[in-house]
Design a protein around this ligand. Structure first.
Ligand code: NAP
Ligand code: COA
Length: 269
């Protein structure tokens, strides 16, 4: 029988986090590192990767990072292959690389829209598609990081709304296709998480933060640990029958519907 202390023991498990060099994704990588995992991260800036890997190693385990843009199948495929060669089959795969900026659709060039869709949606497809051969079968837990924009139309977020809705459809579709391999795929939907780049971009002033907070039933911003804890649960023996789920970790914020925090800092046409 599994005892409570066994449940979150990830000793020697291989955890690969795409977009793992900062913010929410790094918080997830750290939570697994603190529980014994070998952690691989991939993102663009080598400098940020080096800093993140040094921090991950301070938890006592092995960690490594590769510079790769998720928009490049060749680059992310090479990073996944290198991580597999070093740490073995991937037990937990997190796809969290994303880009965002606040702009009305009419202030967004076709390339601006495409850039976010390429990172968030096409990047997630690339990560999962190219990781498949390296995932532990059966047993791998795949986690896509989505956002409330997936459910709720949000002005000035056309690119993110479209991209994250697509990410959640990938979660559900690939959960069906890869269930037979014993691979589970879920999305975590974080609410606004304190001190992250996402919140800095969406709520750059006090008025926008106030609007954001007012829509969260539990009345607080999230912490990195809130999201990381759910990643641990979804990858633990507690969740072996959970796949294709979109799991909000947001204090109930997604229940509040469509949102526009930008009235205080975006000029209306
Ligand atoms: P963040 O700190 O900016 O993290 C983004 C990560 O992705 C960084 O490691 C970044 O490193 C990497 N990245 C960006 N573009 C990439 C690319 N093209 N290829 C590879 N890596 C790339 O952001 P965050 O606020 O923590 O957000 C993390 C995730 O949570 C995102 O999926 C976001 O949509 C989601 N989310 C955040 C919030 C929030 O409150 N912050 C709420 C809901 C959902 P490089 O720039 O060096 O590549
Ligand atoms: N408003 C309108 N358009 C913008 C914009 C803004 N604030 N910021 C970028 N764009 C447009 C650019 O003008 C460009 O379009 P163009 O070629 O037609 O001029 C397009 O988006 C791509 O910009 P570029 O800077 O070349 O993209 P990049 O690939 O270097 O960076 C971003 C991608 C723009 C998403 C960048 O903000 C980024 O790297 N973000 C990662 C971190 C992040 O967003 N974290 C929060 C996650 S929730």
């Amino acid at each position: 029988m599994t005892t409570p202390t066994d449940l979150f023991d990830f000793n020697d498990r291989h955890v690969f986090v795409a977009g793992g060099s900062s913010g929410i994704n790094l918080g997830i990588a750290e939570a697994f590192a603190a529980r014994g995992a070998r952690v691989a991260i991939a993102s663009r800036s080598q400098e940020r990767i080096d800093a993140a890997v040094a921090g991950l190693r301070r938890h006592g385990g092995e960690a490594a990072g590769w510079s790769a843009d998720v928009r490049s199948p060749e680059a992310i495929g090479a990073a996944l292959a290198a991580a597999h060669a070093r740490f073995g089959a991937i037990d937990v795969l997190v796809s969290g690389a994303a880009g965002n900026f606040v702009a009305p659709a009419l202030g967004m060039s076709p390339n601006g829209f495409k850039t976010v869709v390429d990172i968030d949606l096409n990047g997630t497809f690339n990560v999962l598609r190219l990781a498949h051969e390296f995932l532990r079968k059966p047993g791998a837990s795949v986690i896509n990081i989505t956002a409330a924009q997936s459910f709720n139309p949000s002005p000035y977020q056309a690119h993110v709304c479209a991209a994250k809705a697509g990410v959640d459809m990938l979660t559900r579709t690939l959960a069906m296709e890869w269930g037979a391999d014993g691979i589970r795929i879920n999305s975590i939907l974080p609410g606004p998480i304190e001190a992250t780049e996402g919140v800095r971009r969406l709520a750059p002033n006090d008025e926008a933060r106030r609007r954001m907070l007012a829509r969260i039933p539990l009345g607080r911003f999230g912490a990195l640990e809130d999201v990381a804890n759910m990643a641990l649960v979804l990858s633990s023996p507690l969740a072996t029958y959970v796949t294709g789920a979109i799991v909000p970790v947001d204090g109930g914020g997604v229940l509040s519907g469509s949102r526009d925090f930008s009235a205080s800092y975006v000029a209306r046409p």
